[in-house]
Structure formats: C-alpha cells, structure tokens
Ligand binder design. Structure first.
Ligand SMILES: Cc1cc2nc3c(=O)[nH]c(=O)nc-3n(C[C@H](O)[C@H](O)[C@H](O)COP(=O)(O)OP(=O)(O)OC[C@H]3O[C@@H](n4cnc5c(N)ncnc54)[C@H](O)[C@@H]3O)c2cc1C
Length: 341
C-alpha cells in the first residue's frame, strides 16, 4: 500500500513537471527547459555567418520555417534556424550536438508524422538550399533539398531535361530523395534514390563530406532510404534525363462511380506493361463531399490508343491532353488538403 502511495505521488509530480510551460521536451538525457534552448539559439545566432538566419516565434519569417503540409505535423519550436551554407550548418549541428538539444530537420515539410521533421526544440529549415544547376557536360543536376519539385521542373524545363522527382505540387526535395522517391519516371528509371550520384552531407559531428560510391560507399548506401539518420544533406547530384512534352491530365469522378473506378484501377495496374504509362489516384474526403481523381501520365506527346480507356470510359470531368511535364505536375489538386490533419 505504501509503495502504491509513493508511486502515486511520483506520478503526480511527473504530471505537474510536464505541465510546466517552461518544459518543452524530454529526451533520454532528461528534461531541457525553454530558456536553455533559447540561450542555445542565441549562441547559434552569434556564431553563424550573416548569410544564415535565426527566427523566433514573433518574427514574420518564423511560420514558414516550421509549417508542414499536415497541420498535425507542425510543432512550435523555440527558434528556427535557416542555414544558407554547409559551413554554417556544420556550426549549428556542432552547437546542437554539444548541448544535446532536441531538433528537427525540415525540407518541404510533407512528412505526415509529428516529430519526423518538426520539434519543440530547434527547427532546422533547409529552405535556403534552393539551388538547381544543370551540368550538360556530365548530364547531371545539382538540386538543393529546400525546394519543392514543381520549382525544380520549372528551372529545368528550358533545357528539356528533368530528374526522377516528385509527382505532385508542393512535395519537398529533401525528404523525398532521402526516403526513396516514387516518380512519374520510376517505371523507366527506378526510384529517385537510384538516380542520385553524390550527396553533400554534414555529418552529425559537423564534418562536410561529398558522399559517392567511391568516397564513402557505406554512407552512400545508407543515404538511399536512410532519411535523417546519417546527417543533413545540402546538395543532391542527380542524373538528368531528356524531357519533352507528355500526355495526360486529371480526371475527376464522383462517388457514384466508385465501384467501376476501383475495378478500372485494378484492371490498369494488372495489365499495363508500358513503363511510360502510369496513374495516381486520390480518394479525398473534404467536408461533406467525397471525390476521386485519377492523374494519368504518359511520357510522350501522345499515348498509344486505348492506354487510358478504362478510365475515360467512366463518367468523369476533365480531359487528357498533350502538355509540358511541369503543367501535368501542377495539375494535381493536393494543395486543397494543405494545412489539414
Ligand atoms: C501530398 C503528398 C504527395 C506525395 N507524393 C509522393 C510521391 O509521388 N512519391 C513519393 O515517393 N512520395 C510522395 N509523398 C511522400 C513524400 O515523399 C515524403 O513525405 C517526403 O518525406 C517529403 O519530403 P519533405 O522534404 O517535403 O518532408 P520533410 O517533412 O521536410 O522531411 C521528411 C523527412 O526527411 C528528413 N529530411 C528532410 N530534409 C533532410 C535533409 N536535407 N537532410 C536530412 N534529412 C532530411 C526530415 O527530418 C524528415 O525525417 C507525398 C507526400 C504528400 C504529403
């Protein structure tokens, strides 16, 4: 009975500590209070170059550095840091490491899991790493993690090349390329990770390394799906592929045809043998409506006859047409569900 009583008091104490506004996070090293994190934010601020920024909750730029696609993934960090050079990021990660502060690394913020790229500690936002450099000599593209895919395609369009990247608007380069990456081009060229030749990486101890199959084969392998477990990536060197006009678009359906549509999806996925043909389907419940859409993609200006007939033969709105790769990616309506759970 006495033991139970002690346990009860301990639980009460623990609950009251957690309720204190000053306590933001708990890790294996114990509770870290906000004032300590704030002091570390200030230490970072006075150690990084003027290129990089530290923002606090009342700053105008703060919200863009912490916001996520799903509102449930957004966390209010004590400060957010926006490194603009690998050297500054190295300084930041050393300070965070020495002080054992909770932190999160965010590129596009499309992770749906709270705590994967958000934190109540120090948010590192990669938004400043927004480079897209096409190198025609070796047919590669240097891509920064802080971009979204539609911006990458926009910048590559004048060169008639693309990379194996995201399929819809708004998805971030960083997490996508570290998690796998299923692209409109994947049936032809593999996952995005299969087309990355080199990473610029800031390791957990702050060392800046160029990781490729020759320099660090283990790390190179680990980064192909390893997300944030091996360091923070500041540049991806990717293979470039030719990109001309494509055929496709978005077809919209109501719930009335759901059974026909589900059968059509199964038929298409079972029978399609053409790696240039692909679909993406969304079942979206918004307020009182329930909508279904199919984005159809064919990697050429026209598709062979009948390629998407299973979908166009069902009552729908919208049409399939020849267009640029960028415009097909921009056709996706995923931004309607921005800021929801
Ligand atoms: C609407 C929508 C559409 C999607 N479409 C596709 C699709 O077509 N194909 C597909 O494969 N996936 C798709 N995804 C999944 C998407 O690829 C992942 O959610 C991906 O992690 C998003 O990357 P991000 O940079 O936006 O995410 P973030 O939330 O910023 O990051 C995700 C993870 O990567 C880590 N990370 C981010 N940047 C770095 C970095 N520079 N260095 C180290 N670690 C880093 C973060 O810490 C976090 O763990 C989609 C997701 C959504 C919400």
């Amino acid at each position: 009975m006495k033991l139970l009583w002690i346990l009860y008091i301990k639980l009460l104490l623990l609950a009251s500590i957690n309720a204190l506004p000053n306590i933001t996070s708990c890790n294996s090293l114990g509770l870290i209070d906000k004032s300590k994190i704030l002091a570390i934010c200030e230490t970072i601020q006075c150690n990084v170059s003027p290129d990089s920024q530290v923002y606090y909750p009342l700053d105008l730029n703060y919200s863009s550095t912490i916001s996520h696609y799903a509102i449930s993934s957004t966390n209010f960090s004590v400060c957010s840091v926006v490194p603009c050079t690998a050297e500054d990021l190295s300084i930041i990660i050393k300070i965070i490491g020495v002080n054992r502060v909770p932190f999160g690394i965010k590129s596009g913020g499309h992770s749906l899991n709270p705590g994967f790229s958000s934190t109540g500690g120090i948010q590192i936002s990669m938004q400043c790493f927004s480079q897209v450099n096409y190198n025609p000599n070796d047919e590669t593209v240097d891509v920064g993690p802080g971009l979204v895919w539609d911006d990458v395609y926009k910048q590559l369009q004048p060169y008639n090349v693309t990379v194996v990247g995201g399929r819809v608007v708004g998805v971030g380069v960083g997490g996508f390329l570290l998690g796998g990456g299923y692209s409109w081009k994947s049936n032809q060229y593999g996952l995005s990770i299969d087309t990355i030749l080199e990473y610029e990486l800031v390791t957990p101890n702050g060392t800046i390394v160029n990781v490729n199959n020759q320099t660090y084969p283990d790390l190179y392998f680990g980064l192909k799906g390893g997300l944030n477990n091996f360091g923070i990536v500041t540049n991806f060197k990717m293979r470039a592929f030719p990109q001309g006009q494509v055929y496709g678009g978005i077809l919209l359906y109501t719930v009335v045809v759901i059974n026909d549509l589900v059968n059509a999806i199964v038929t298409f996925q079972t029978n399609n043998q053409d790696p240039k043909a692909q679909i993406l389907c969304d079942f979206t419940s918004l307020a009182n409506s329930f909508d279904i859409n199919i984005i159809a993609f064919y990697d050429a200006p026209t598709a062979p006859p009948n390629t998407f007939d299973v979908f166009t033969s069902i009552l729908h709105e919208g049409q399939l047409e020849t267009q640029s790769y960028l415009s097909l990616v921009q056709a996706s309506p995923v931004s309607f569900t921005n800021n929801m759970r």
